[in-house]
Design a protein around this ligand. Structure first.
Ligand code: OAD
Length: 248
C-alpha cells in the first residue's frame, strides 16, 4: 500500500474521483484540525489526552457533575463558533456544487464547518454541538431553547435538564443518519475517509462495508489509522492540502 501522497497516486485518485458517479466521504476530527478545532486522540493535542471521556462524554458523567460537563461543552461550542471552514471543507462544498447528486458527505464531527462551507445536507452521525436537547424525553413538548438559563439550563415547566446535542459514549447513533450513511457506503464507487482514527464504531465500519461492496477506498490522514487495512491507498497528508488536490 503506498504510504505517501506521491504524485502518481494523487493523479490516479483525482481521476477516479472526477469520473465516479457516486462518491461518499466520511470525515472525522482531523477534517477540522486545520480550522483550529482539536481532535480527540492525537497524542499531544487531542482532547482525550487531557480530559476524561467517562466524565465529559457520557450520561453518567453528566448526571454526576452537570455543571462541569455543561461548562466544558460551552467552551468547545465557543471554539466551534470562532472557527472557520478550511480549504478542505471548501473543496468538498465546491465538488458538491460542481457535480450535483454525486457526493454523500458523512461526518462524525459535531461542529458545523461542512454546513458553513456549503454542504447543507451533510449526514451527522454524532449530533450537533450547537443544538441542545433534553436529557430525558420531555412529555410536555417543551422547547429546550426556552429553558431557564443555568449550568445546565433547566425547564421551569417540566423540570427537565438540557444537555448538549451530541452522541455520548454508550449511546446509539441517530438511526436515520446511520442508515443513510451505511446505504451511501455500500452504494458508492469511491469512499474517501478523511481525518479519522477509525477507533469509534459504527462509523469506523463504513470503510469495510464500502470495500466489501466493491468501492475504491482511500484514506486521507497524515498518520496511521485503525482502518488503514480497509483502504486501497493511504494518502499521507492533511485534509486542507490533499482535498483541494484531489477534488478541485
Ligand atoms: P480522532 O481524534 O480519534 O482522530 C483524528 C484523526 O485525524 C487522527 O487519525 C489524526 O491522525 C487525523 N488528523 C489530524 N490532523 C489532521 C489533518 N490536518 N488532516 C487530516 N487528518 C488529520 O477523531 P475521530 O476519529 O473523529 O465523538 O473520533 C471519532 C469520535 O470519537 C468523535 O466523533 C468523537 C470522539 O469521541 C463524539 O464527539 C460523539
Amino acid at each position: 500500500m503506498p504510504e505517501a501522497p506521491d504524485h502518481s497516486a494523487l493523479a490516479e485518485w483525482r481521476q477516479r474521483l472526477a469520473q465516479a458517479r457516486s462518491v461518499c466521504v466520511l470525515t472525522g476530527a482531523g477534517m477540522s484540525a486545520e480550522s483550529g478545532i482539536p481532535t480527540f486522540r492525537d497524542a499531544l493535542t487531542g482532547l482525550w489526552s487531557r480530559f476524561d471521556p467517562a466524565r465529559l462524554a457520557s450520561v453518567e458523567g453528566f448526571r454526576a457533575d452537570p455543571g462541569l460537563v455543561w461548562d466544558w461543552y460551552a467552551e468547545r461550542r465557543a471554539g466551534v463558533r470562532a472557527a472557520q471552514p478550511n480549504a478542505g471543507h471548501r473543496a468538498l462544498a465546491a465538488f458538491a456544487r460542481r457535480r450535483p447528486g454525486v457526493l454523500t458527505l458523512v461526518t462524525q464531527n459535531v461542529d458545523d464547518l461542512h454546513q458553513r462551507a456549503g454542504n447543507r445536507d451533510t449526514i451527522r452521525l454524532h449530533g450537533d454541538i450547537l443544538q441542545d436537547r433534553w436529557l430525558e424525553p420531555c412529555g410536555m413538548a417543551c422547547d429546550p431553547a426556552r429553558a431557564e438559563p443555568g449550568r445546565p439550563p433547566r425547564c421551569v415547566a417540566c423540570g427537565g435538564l438540557v444537555r448538549p446535542g451530541v452522541v455520548w459514549f454508550g449511546e446509539s447513533l441517530p438511526p436515520a443518519a446511520l442508515q443513510h450513511a451505511e446505504h451511501a457506503a455500500r452504494h458508492c464507487e469511491v469512499l474517501l475517509v478523511v481525518g479519522t482514527s477509525g477507533a469509534v464504531w459504527p462509523a469506523a465500519g463504513l470503510a469495510a462495508a464500502a470495500r466489501r461492496a466493491g468501492a475504491h477506498v482511500a484514506i486521507v490522514n497524515p498518520s496511521a489509522s485503525e482502518i488503514d487495512a480497509e483502504a486501497h491507498v493511504c494518502l499521507r497528508g492533511t485534509a486542507a492540502i490533499l482535498l483541494p488536490a484531489l477534488l478541485d
